[in-house]
Ligand binder design. Structure first.
Ligand code: SF4
Length: 242
């Protein structure tokens, strides 16, 4: 069994969640207009076995301490859930935790459930608040994402929801209110985090010679993101760092 790995990145502590080592898995079923990693979309990259991956990751083990660990991201890491499933027991043997950073746009197969159940926590993107937005800006409906959120709630998995705020698309309190409808009754969600749209991945579209649908969109003013984050926090009553 081998998995397609796009790249790796060691990260400093983020949001009190410890030192993370990010494994970017290749492949993604979505085509989000704001994607800054279009180079991860195709199922290509370095082929590795679970053993090879864990050997590489283990070098960072002394830095992980209690709260850190691996972050499986991408692309959509759960497209390769079978590969992660085979990797999890090897990580556990080394005492290494992991979190999964997912769009939720995959079937809830046994492997996906296993990977979610055994994760330290999950970061789930709620990209748009309705099917209309999903279809227009990602090319898929939101049903699978909502099913995954329901599953995470059913198993009580510690979940952070994330949304990218894009100028002219979802940068108002009225829009954010629609997202809140999906998450305000979910006990598994400990944080709802807004991210500001940026243009740092634009060069990749040029390199890959693919059309960038937001090429004329400017980065979101961080003060707008902060204002909307305060709106979220006051509506949800969750403790969120901004
Ligand atoms: S799910 Fe992530 S990697 Fe896939 S297109 Fe959307 S932003 Fe890009």
């Amino acid at each position: 069994m081998q998995g397609y790995i796009h790249s790796f990145e060691s990260m400093a502590a983020v949001d009190g969640e410890g030192v993370r080592y990010a494994v970017f898995l290749s492949g993604c079923p979505l085509r989000c207009v704001f994607c800054h990693n279009p180079d991860t979309w195709n199922m290509t990259g370095t082929l590795m076995t679970p053993e090879e991956l864990v050997n590489k990751v283990s070098k960072y083990n002394p830095y992980f301490k209690n709260n850190g660990g691996v972050t499986f991201t991408g692309g959509e890491p759960l497209l390769q859930a079978e590969f992660i499933r085979k990797t999890v027991p090897l990580l556990k043997e080394k005492g290494i935790n992991y979190i999964v950073d997912t769009s939720g746009s995959v079937e809830l197969t046994d492997s996906v459930k296993y990977v979610l159940e055994n994760a330290q926590g999950v970061i789930l993107d709620l990209k748009f608040p309705d099917n209309e937005g999903y279809l227009k800006y990602t090319g898929h409906t939101m049903e699978k994402t909502l099913e995954m959120l329901g599953f995470l709630e059913s198993i009580g998995k510690s979940t952070r929801i994330r949304t990218v705020i894009i100028p002219g698309i979802n940068d108002t309190e009225e829009e954010i209110q629609k997202y809140l409808m999906h998450i305000k009754d979910k006990k598994c969600i400990y944080k709802y985090e807004l991210l500001a749209f940026h243009t740092m991945g634009f060069f990749k579209y040029e390199e890959l010679k693919i059309e960038n649908p937001l090429k004329d969109t400017k980065p979101l003013d961080v003060s707008v993101k902060d204002r909307l984050q305060k709106f979220v926090n006051s509506n949800l009553g969750k403790s969120i760092d901004i």
